[in-house]
Design a protein around this ligand. Structure first.
Ligand code: ADP
Length: 270
């Protein structure tokens, strides 16, 4: 993996990197703001060598993925573990963005814009036959110019939250993935439905007040969340199709994007 990355120019020079403030905590290490050759970047550090090797493998996948709605990988640095260098998303993750601003600042056109952004990123991953496995608003980041981008794609196979059944993000994971570990684009679509709910509830925790075991049991029996306050019925019906028990009854991301385009046209024509 190292050789392949180096051949293709993805190995960056530590000397050209200036680390700045700590801007987040990842599962395997801290995330820092920084500057690389006069570009503002985010640097995710992975200290454990075994994990670093696994991530290195996965970043070779990331190098092949480029889309306006995916957080762009700039390269990696092998130095005391692994540094993953990506574009800096100055407005942080979508959950915090929505929670801190709220209804008085963010209108429904903006919510729909974020929903479309994520959908387009996922449509691209779908076209590459890539399954994300950990799609959630906490893994969507907002750029300086308010574009929502999916992060952590391609890395989820080494992410213990997803490879270790006990750590699965239960409230976002489709029933067939929870029960039989059947992950697919259609299980990502389920998660996308939860993400839509998070967006239109301005960053609330899904299934408020329910325990994980309760969520597992109730969802299996057909329970679904109600529409968030003031959510357009057409958007809620999109959530509901994403939450079809049967994966093949759920739409793909291409179909979802077409539906969202039509919603956007209704809400903000032209
Ligand atoms: P993990 O997936 O290991 O939990 P994340 O990649 O979600 O770690 O990073 C943790 C936090 O760091 C994010 O919620 C976000 O606030 C911040 N962060 C991560 N990547 C970036 C980035 N490219 N730009 C800005 N902030 C980031």
């Amino acid at each position: 993996a190292e050789l392949e990355l180096s051949k293709n120019g993805w190995l960056l020079d530590i000397e050209k990197l200036t680390l700045g403030e700590n801007i987040g905590e990842g599962e395997f290490g801290a995330v820092y703001e920084g500057v690389y050759m006069s570009q503002r970047v985010a640097v995710k550090t992975i200290k454990c060598d075994v994990t670093a090797q696994a991530f290195l493998q996965e970043t070779t996948v990331m190098t092949k993925l480029q889309h306006k709605n995916l957080v762009r990988l700039l390269g990696v640095i092998l130095h005391k573990g692994l540094h993953i260098v990506t574009e800096l998303m100055t407005k942080g993750n979508l959950v915090n963005f929505l929670r801190t601003r709220g209804r008085s600042v963010v209108n429904s056109v903006q919510l729909l814009r974020f929903s479309l952004d994520v959908c387009e990123g996922m449509e691209y991953l779908e076209s590459k036959k890539l399954v994300h496995r950990d799609l959630a608003a906490r893994n969507v980041l907002i750029s300086d110019d308010n574009v929502a981008k999916v992060s952590d794609f391609g890395l989820t196979k080494v992410d213990s939250k997803v490879s270790d059944k006990a750590k699965l993000p239960v409230k976002w994971t489709a029933p067939e993935a929870l029960k039989k570990e059947k992950f697919s684009t259609k299980s990502d679509v389920w998660s996308y439905g939860i993400l839509l709910w998070e967006i239109f509830s301005y960053g609330r925790q899904p299934y408020p007040k329910m325990s994980l075991q309760e969520v597992k049991d109730k969802v299996e029996q057909g329970y679904r969340m109600e529409a968030p306050e003031d959510c357009p019925p057409s958007v809620y019906s999109l959530m509901r199709v994403c939450w079809e028990q049967e994966p093949r009854k759920r739409p793909g991301f291409h179909k979802l994007r077409e539906k969202l385009d039509r919603e956007m046209e209704k809400l903000s024509p032209g």
